[in-house]
Design a protein around this ligand. Structure first.
Ligand code: HEC
Ligand code: HEC
Ligand code: HEC
Ligand code: HEC
Ligand code: HEC
Ligand code: HEC
Ligand code: HEC
Ligand code: HEC
Length: 374
């Protein structure tokens, strides 16, 4: 019974689309065939850019179809349809057998199109099927991006090098800590779908949540920017407390999450550094000086503390019971506080006032402790 309804439905779809395109590709059903059983995914996909009909200005679209339509040897439909990401679904659509459809959160599924490689792409698409690894496609040439260098300008490359950048970023590695995203445990590397809803969302760029909340949901640096969390330290805001993570870390939407430092010799003249991007005065020299000031004020306070801590630890090793319970607890708190600014990784840039506050408290604590253990 169910099967009849579906095939009748498919005939209907065929009639609808036959004028513009041909649904001759074996194994493919077309996105409309998925709608009756997957209303939610269909409706949200329908409002996405993936679902928009591809209307190129030029006539020869052979080079574009690989990414802008659903093709696999043959043409399926004139947009990025369900099956571009889920693979051929005719068999699955016949009854909903889960084993007959691909569904996973591998970045390769997206990387096949989001890779900046216009000229070579047709070949990939012919060979690639969702579920495969891009790396398994022989002779595949991915425009290389180095993790320590800046990626080429997104504006000059079509499409952007999103996948290439992601692949060498920290997000492509499997983290060694527990991560929750949208209230669910996240396993494996932080792939595209950790941040993007594959179908669509109400926010921009299909993000699963507001970008400010997104980064903070996994990174404690949000607390550093706001200046709270350290024991015995009052909340300390700074000029950049309200700055969005992506303002500094995703300049030009770079998915390396790499801050474009104003002092980076590899940053071409015509590109904005991450600091100048926000500030009205776009002066790289001035921003370099400010960044260096922040970092040197941080280091000047931090270096002596590190030496003192080493000395204290050595003394305590030789004489473990010299501190009373109260001082022991105080030392533990101070170490925790210092580890916040060490793990933060920004050398004070995220919130210099807060880092300095933590360090002056540590200095006072160390003074008291040193009196006892000298
Ligand atoms: C390798 C895959 C790929 C190929 C080949 C490709 N595109 Fe794209 N195109 C994309 C992706 C992915 C985007 C989404 C924006 C981005 O990430 O750069 C896009 C975006 C676009 C946009 C929207 C631009 C915007 O700023 O919103 C247009 C128009 C476009 N492409 C036209 C074309 C034309 C015309 C061709 C053929 C000459 C082509 N594309 C070939 C992948 C491709
Ligand atoms: C741009 C790629 C892409 C397109 C287009 C796409 N999907 Fe998905 N879909 C995914 C990915 C990736 C997942 C797996 C997400 C995960 O496991 O976190 C998924 C998951 C699903 C699921 C499992 C439940 C869920 O929502 O996670 C269903 C059902 C589904 N898609 C149906 C569809 C249908 C129907 C369409 C077309 C109307 C469609 N998808 C279009 C990438 C896509
Ligand atoms: C006859 C109804 C029906 C049609 C038509 C249908 N599906 Fe499904 N689909 C199901 C059922 C049932 C499940 C299993 C749900 C479950 O067990 O959670 C499912 C599951 C899925 C999943 C998740 C698989 C997983 O491993 O979790 C994806 C992705 C999916 N469908 C995509 C599609 C796509 C793409 C189409 C169109 C080509 C389509 N479906 C057409 C009924 C259908
Ligand atoms: C078959 C090629 C293809 C695949 C596979 C694909 N995309 Fe796209 N994507 C495109 C194209 C083409 C566009 C631009 C469409 C336009 O602007 O008309 C686009 C646009 C986008 C956008 C921009 C949306 C916006 O509102 O600006 C996001 C985000 C995106 N894709 C994420 C993904 C993710 C995540 C995946 C994998 C789950 C994926 N894409 C898989 C081709 C693809
Ligand atoms: C850690 C989170 C995160 C991951 C992982 C991630 N993105 Fe994004 N992506 C973002 C954010 C945030 C933006 C919006 C940036 C902005 O607006 O400045 C974005 C923007 C985009 C855009 C829109 C770019 C444009 O020019 O409009 C595309 C396309 C995209 N991402 C694709 C992908 C793909 C494909 C992957 C996987 C290879 C991926 N993203 C992985 C967070 C992420
Ligand atoms: C789903 C969790 C998750 C989300 C969301 C997320 N990250 Fe990450 N991020 C990680 C993990 C895991 C690492 C790997 C290092 C680690 O364990 O901290 C990482 C690493 C980084 C790094 C170090 C880069 C490198 O190459 O080593 C930066 C910078 C970063 N993320 C910025 C961001 C920004 C900005 C956002 C928001 C757009 C964001 N992250 C969203 C989990 C996440
Ligand atoms: C005012 C600019 C700015 C803002 C805003 C900002 N960062 Fe940073 N961040 C930096 C700088 C500078 C570094 C040091 C790395 C460098 O110089 O490239 C850094 C370092 C990091 C690192 C460590 C990177 C590594 O390679 O170990 C992570 C993770 C990070 N930031 C996450 C975030 C998150 C999450 C947010 C938002 C809550 C955020 N940042 C907001 C400027 C900023
Ligand atoms: C999200 C936008 C944004 C980014 C990115 C950003 N700033 Fe700011 N910055 C601000 C705002 C807002 C203020 C406070 C208002 C003001 O004084 O202009 C500020 C204030 C400052 C000040 C003190 C006031 C002044 O102009 O002398 C300095 C110094 C500064 N920023 C340097 C930097 C440096 C260095 C970077 C890169 C690491 C950076 N900013 C990145 C928005 C930003």
């Amino acid at each position: 019974m169910k099967k009849t309804t579906i095939s009748l439905f498919c005939i209907f779809i065929f009639c609808l689309t036959a004028a513009g395109s041909e649904l001759t590709n074996t194994g493919y059903a077309g996105s409309n065939a998925c709608q009756p059983c997957h209303e939610d995914q269909y409706n949200s996909w329908k409002t996405s850019k993936h679902a928009a009909e591809f209307k190129p200005e030029q006539k020869d679209t052979q080079a574009c179809n690989a990414c802008h339509t659903t093709v696999s040897g043959m043409f399926v439909e004139n947009n990025v349809g369900c099956e571009a990401c889920h693979g051929a679904g005719e068999e699955h659509a016949g009854g909903g057998d889960k084993t007959k459809i691909v569904s996973n959160k591998s970045a390769d599924i997206c990387g096949r199109c989001h890779n900046g490689n216009q000229s070579d792409n047709t070949r990939w698409t012919e060979e690639y099927r969702p579920g495969m690894k891009l790396a398994d496609i022989k002779g595949l040439k991915l425009i290389p991006v180095a993790p320590d260098k800046l990626a080429p300008s997104v504006k000059d490359i079509h499409p952007s090098l999103t996948y290439n950048m992601w692949l060498v970023s920290g997000h492509a590695k499997t983290p060694d800590r527990n991560i929750e995203i949208n209230g669910k445990k996240w396993e494996g590397p932080v792939t595209c779908t950790a941040c993007h809803n594959p179908h669509n969302s109400s926010g921009k760029a299909q993000l699963v949540m507001d970008p400010m909340e997104l980064c903070k949901s996994c990174h404690f640096q949000g607390e550093v920017l706001k200046g709270f969390g350290a024991k015995g330290i009052e909340e300390t805001r700074s000029l950049h407390t309200a700055a969005a993570c992506i303002a500094c870390h995703m300049t030009e939407k770079n998915h390396l999450m790499k801050m474009f430092r104003p002092d980076d010799p590899n940053l071409a003249e015509n590109r904005l550094d991450s600091c100048s991007d926000c500030h009205e005065i776009k002066d790289r020299k001035m921003r370099t000086a400010q960044l260096h000031d922040m970092e040197s004020w941080y280091n000047e306070a931090f270096d002596p503390l590190q030496k003192e801590l080493k000395m204290i630890d050595e003394k305590l090793k030789a004489n473990p019971d010299i501190l009373n319970a109260e001082l022991k607890a105080r030392l533990a708190d101070t170490k925790d506080n210092l580890s916040i600014i060490i793990n933060d990784g920004s050398n004070g840039v995220h919130n210099l006032d807060y880092a300095l506050e933590i360090m002056s408290q540590a200095k006072r604590d160390f003074k008291v402790i040193k009196e006892v253990i000298k």
